[in-house]
Design a protein. Structure first.
Length: 368
């Protein structure tokens, strides 16, 4: 079953209701199934129904649905503040003054990171800025401990590439490198994994500060930590134009991405030599092949050396049927093996068995 595609200019009802502030999409789906939603006077109870909010009249319990005015904000998230689903509302209430219906954060930043956060109530713009297929760049500035060389930066690229399973990001730029700390810049077209901190720590360059400075056309610039501001009219128009181009797939990668093909010809990439054989050497391939290899080492026309005390194949060999045992073998057969001696059998069982065993095994010698 193929997923339903939306008609240009129309959206699914649950998405329109969620944007209007009637709850999550799952809650809006329950409203539709219960028959509380109507479109142009017709009650709708089937999921997947599409409508155009600018032309159709949509009612929920008799009240007309009107989308709130789109609001666009940027904020500088300080380090140590969580913006997950539970803490996002508190973060928005702290940094954005006034009451705004259904604002949400775009993109993710863990508690140890800081930088640009985009806050809006426009789901279309949020989806375009976060989905990897639209090729929207996100730039990060990393402050690491120690001096990072170009060779080390290439090693971090390689480790990050395999940690992301072939992730889409550009080459790491070393902005500044000193003896005590270095500043790196990474531009990625999808979310960076949390293992980036472990990778830098593995190369003795732990991350002391990770800051996001750009999301598509939006830049952090000189915005102070914990402060937000509303986008200006020119910035909103530029954002809408950027999203329109992204929807038409007119945006391409700004620079070449890191790929496994560059690792082989990169002079700074480390060389990992693959072992041809294990620690036991090459595989023999079977007994016949091993015997053939041994014969080849001994040389043509040579025979296997007989063991000590035995003659070779060319010498006289006694008949196996008339072979006489040696003196040592005769003595071994005549001499009983104490380990194979059977224990004495006790026929009687019961109360008098102990006395019978004493009589067969002998009494203990009394002490002097």
């Amino acid at each position: 079953m193929q997923p339903q595609t939306e008609t240009p200019g129309k959206e699914r009802l649950q998405k329109i209701l969620a944007r209007a502030g009637f709850g999550s999409r799952r809650a809006c789906e329950e409203l539709i199934v219960d028959g509380r939603v109507s479109v142009n006077g017709t009650t709708v109870s089937v999921l997947g129904t599409q409508a155009d909010i600018s032309h159709d009249v949509i009612l929920v319990d008799g009240e007309r649905v009107r989308l709130p005015q789109s609001s666009y904000w940027i904020a500088n998230k300080p380090k140590g503040v969580a913006v997950s689903e539970r803490e996002a509302e508190k973060f928005i209430a702290d940094v954005i003054p006034g009451e705004h219906p259904r604002l949400f954060t775009v993109g993710r930043l863990d508690k140890g990171s800081c930088g640009l956060m985009f806050v809006t109530n426009d789901g279309r713009v949020a989806n375009i800025l976060t989905h990897p297929r639209y090729k929207v760049p996100k730039s990060y500035r990393l402050t690491v401990r120690g001096e990072v060389s170009f060779a080390t930066a290439a090693q971090i690229e390689r480790a990050l590439y395999y940690a992301m399973n072939g992730g889409r990001f550009e080459r790491i730029r070393v902005v500044r490198a000193s003896r005590h700390q270095s500043i790196l810049r990474i531009t990625a077209y999808e979310s960076l994994p949390g293992s980036l901190r472990d990778i830098c720590l593995k190369f003795d360059h732990p991350i002391s500060l990770m800051e996001r400075v750009r999301i598509g056309p939006l830049e952090l610039r000189d915005l102070a930590p914990g402060v937000s501001r509303k986008l200006r009219t020119q910035e909103i128009q530029a954002l809408q134009d950027y999203c329109r181009r992204a929807e038409a797939f007119e945006i391409e990668y700004e620079h070449d991405l890191v790929s496994s093909e560059k690792f082989g010809r990169d002079a700074h990439a480390p060389e990992f030599k693959r072992k041809k054989h294990g620690h036991r050497g090459p595989r023999a391939g079977g007994q016949k092949q091993a015997m053939a290899q041994a014969q080849e080492r001994r040389g043509p026309g040579s025979r296997r050396r007989p063991r000590d005390g035995h003659e070779g194949r060319a010498g006289a060999r006694p008949d196996r049927g008339t072979r006489q045992p040696s003196v040592d073998e005769t003595e071994c057969e005549a001499r009983p093996d104490p380990r194979r001696a059977k224990p004495p059998s006790f026929e009687r069982r019961g109360p008098g068995a102990r006395a019978q065993r004493r009589g067969q095994m002998g009494r203990r010698r009394p002490r002097d």
